[in-house]
Write a protein that binds this ligand. Structure first.
Ligand code: HEC
Length: 720
């Protein structure tokens, strides 16, 4: 069945003139909060999105393929006002230096089942993200409570297989008047960056540097603290970072650059300087000051939040971390000034940075090289750092001298839509990732390819469709003849299927049809048609009487809007104990989580979401009152088979032993504990489960409404 969601998309590849001498074309669009890119040797671009998707873009044909979804903790549209895990998600990607041979890549993400962020290596198999291939390298405990922000998460490989990872201070920035978040009061640890960025024994608020090995990683020489130094972590290369977003490594000198998103104070006060964003440069390991200094080493005094008294001023040469939460050294390495720094208002030192909102980022260092296809800047701009700002939508070029000192800066690009990452390809062109217009839930992120303006413009192309015959109209600004090629993308496969102005496509399960027009100079225009309905509609859940609290056994009256049919709706309620918060919904015990990974069940099953197979939660709820469930399910694992959930069969699971089969089925069925559900109705009542013997005061009730092909709704009400 061929369903046309959007009839026809217009030409995608308009050239946009950014500045004299450059042109850009959009090679991917409709991205959802894209976070970071990594370039493959063959020219493909890999993209990660905040909510967990991994995509591959083929710039030459405009193909965008979904390689898989990593389960992550992230803010979802269903609970957009939640203060939990605001900045978590799938945060960073770096392809292995040998990617063309080993298909390996590194991802940094917020674990769905644990309070930590994880750096893992994965392998693509048959072009898809193989979740069972995960090799965990590093886990960093994290706090997700009460608007805790700053996860950073940029990944980048330097020379000699060294992997850099930027991590944020993991601190609530809203409780400290826009100056240093150093609240040492009881129960305020989530607002205290002295426990993280200023702590030599904690991996948060840092740039880490490791060398991945087959089974883990080594510590390279030259990190900030030699291995074995008491109260320090040897992975730390740079400490004292707040939210170090987007790392970049100079390909010749290996100097690293990163943008540092700074605090909010609008003006200097006795509690400290006005907030500044920073572009930082590190030629070697060091301390960049946060939360004790900002900008060009402007110090904060140690403020006592409980007594409201201002204490000792920080000494940039020997900053001290006096916190009771500090598990590291008390006297820190000398602080380094930022390379470029700028406040909300105009900057005296760097007036070209402009004014307004700010989110500093660092891009590549340009070297003029005649052996490459493109040189985006001039010969006398050899050794120029490109920086950009997410909030200001601009990029700048910063000329460096032979010692990598600042010489002068100029504006390079303007009018960008939240630029999120920038990488220079081997041919000298630049890929620039734009996040989309909003803070969250964008569907209009895009990838630009920036090349020198050769003053030949790309053809414009549109597709129309009548009775399965697609036809293109092209217009080339220089009136050159255009070659038209047709491509079809199905899952992770992209095929050229024909040439010429017309193409007939009958029933197709493909995701996307594209026509690419190439003019005689090789400039391209791309138009695409989405073949399958891809827009998910959102469910809305309301609870009658808007109760502030709910108790065990109570009856809750609900109404759901937005479902295409009531028949598929499932409304569920479950109790979340005060200690558990919602660290990722219902979970299997650790050993079972591991087992389903090792036995590759995870390739087709997730706990909460349906994938190739049903979600384990759905299995648990279906067999909740079935006395024969255990026997049936254990038998099913042995024989495999289809028909209970759909047409797709499960292969026989011969890799698991009888004992493992018993354990896993018991654990799956256990997911239904404390959960009630109602199916197939938009309006109705759900009765909360009775109190178990272990019931303790506090906690919350979580009520969800879900249906296939809809964005689920979730609401949380405090428990009595
Ligand atoms: C290649 C994909 C695939 C793999 C791997 C896989 N499953 Fe399944 N599983 C399915 C599909 C598809 C169904 C639905 C079958 C049906 O409709 O009868 C299913 C159904 C199930 C069910 C419900 C059966 C029923 O009759 O209701 C359970 C339980 C289950 N799988 C557990 C597992 C476990 C445990 C593993 C790993 C040891 C595993 N699966 C591996 C695809 C898979």
């Amino acid at each position: 069945m061929l369903r046309h969601s959007l009839l026809l998309s217009a030409a995608l590849l308009w050239p946009t003139f950014l500045t004299a001498g450059l042109q850009s074309t959009f090679v991917a669009s409709d991205l959802r909060d894209p976070m970071e890119i990594s370039l493959a040797p063959n020219g493909d671009v890999y993209v990660v999105e905040r909510e967990g998707r991994l995509l591959r873009v083929i710039p030459a044909t405009g193909a965008v393929m979904e390689l898989g979804t990593l389960p992550v903790t992230a803010l979802r549209a269903a609970e957009k006002d939640s203060v939990w895990a605001r900045e978590d998600g799938l945060l960073g990607i770096a392809l292995d230096p040998q990617f063309d041979r080993n298909q390996r890549l590194y991802l940094y993400y917020s674990a769905p089942d644990k309070l930590l962020n994880r750096l893992s290596r994965f392998t693509l198999r048959e072009g898809k993200l193989d979740l069972t291939s995960e090799k965990m390298l590093l886990e960093i405990p994290t706090d997700r409570r009460d608007k805790v922000c700053h996860q950073a998460g940029s990944l980048s490989f330097g020379k000699d297989g060294l992997l850099f990872l930027s991590t944020g201070d993991n601190t609530n920035p809203f409780l400290s008047a826009g100056v240093a978040p150093i609240d040492d009061s009881d129960k305020m640890d989530h607002a205290n960056a002295m426990r993280s960025a200023g702590n030599t024994n904690d991996l948060r608020g840092k740039v880490l540097r490791i060398r991945p090995t087959e089974n883990g990683y080594d510590i390279p020489k030259g990190n900030l603290f030699p291995p074995g130094t008491a109260k320090t972590r040897p992975e730390i290369y740079v400490m004292g970072c707040r939210n170090p977003f987007r790392l970049s490594i100079d390909p010749k000198t290996q100097t690293i650059y990163w943008g540092e998103v700074g605090p909010d104070a609008r003006a200097d006060s006795p509690r400290g300087p006005a907030g500044h964003d920073e572009v930082n440069q590190a030629k070697s390991a060091g301390n960049h000051g946060w939360p004790f200094l900002v900008a060009n080493n402007k110090p904060y005094p140690i403020y006592d939040f409980a007594a409201k008294t201002i204490g000792a001023m920080t000494d940039p040469k020997a900053p001290r971390n006096p916190s009771k939460m500090n598990t590291g050294l008390e006297v820190l390495p000398p602080a380094r000034a930022a390379f470029i720094w700028y406040p909300y208002g105009n900057s005296e030192e760097f007036p070209l940075m402009g004014s307004g909102s700010r989110n500093a980022m660092a891009g590549p260092v340009f070297y003029h090289d005649v052996s490459r296809k493109y040189n985006l800047l001039e010969k006398d701009e050899d050794r120029t750092l490109i920086t950009y700002d997410w909030a200001r939508g601009k990029a700048w070029k910063v000329k460096l001298d032979d010692q990598e000192n600042f010489v002068h800066m100029k504006i390079l690009l303007e009018g960008l839509q939240h630029p999120m990452d920038m990488e220079m390809a081997a041919d000298g062109s630049i890929f620039l990732l734009e996040y989309g217009a909003g803070w969250y839930f964008n569907k209009n992120g895009r990838l630009r390819h920036i090349t020198p303006d050769d003053s030949n413009k790309a053809p414009q192309i549109t597709i129309t469709n009548a009775a399965n015959v697609y036809q293109v109209t092209t217009k080339d600004p220089e009136n050159e003849a255009c070659q038209i090629d047709w491509y079809l993308t199905t899952g992770t496969e992209d095929r050229k299927i024909g040439s010429g102005e017309k193409f007939e496509l009958k029933d197709s399960k493909a995701d996307q049809l594209r026509a690419v027009a190439t003019d005689t100079k090789g400039n391209r225009g791309i138009a695409r048609v989405l073949l399958q309905a891809s827009q998910l509609s959102e469910l809305k859940l309301t609870i009658a009487g808007k109760p502030k609290q709910l108790g065990y056994g109570e009856t809750v009256t609900f109404a759901v809007e937005g479902a295409s049919t009531a028949k598929d709706l499932v409304i569920r309620a479950r109790y979340i104990p005060p200690t558990g918060h919602d660290a990722g919904g219902p979970t299997l015990p650790d050993d079972m989580t591991n087992l389903i990974k090792v036995k590759q069940c995870i390739a087709c099953h997730q706990v909460e979401a349906d994938s190739a197979g049903p979600s384990y939660l759905n299995v648990a709820m279906r067999y909740r009152d079935d006395k024969n469930a255990t026997t049936h399910l254990q038998q099913k694992l042995k024989t495999g088979g289809a028909g209970v959930w759909g047409e797709l069969p499960m292969p026989p699971q011969s890799a698991i032993t009888e004992t493992e089969s018993q354990q896993i089925i018991k654990a799956i069925l256990g997911l239904a504990e404390g959960m009630t559900e109602v199916r197939g109705t938009e309006k109705g009542q759900v009765v909360l489960p009775p109190a178990p013997s272990s019931a303790a005061p506090g906690g919350a009730w979580e009520i969800t409404a879900q249906a296939p092909n809809h964005i689920f709704a979730k609401t949380r009400i405090n428990a009595k």
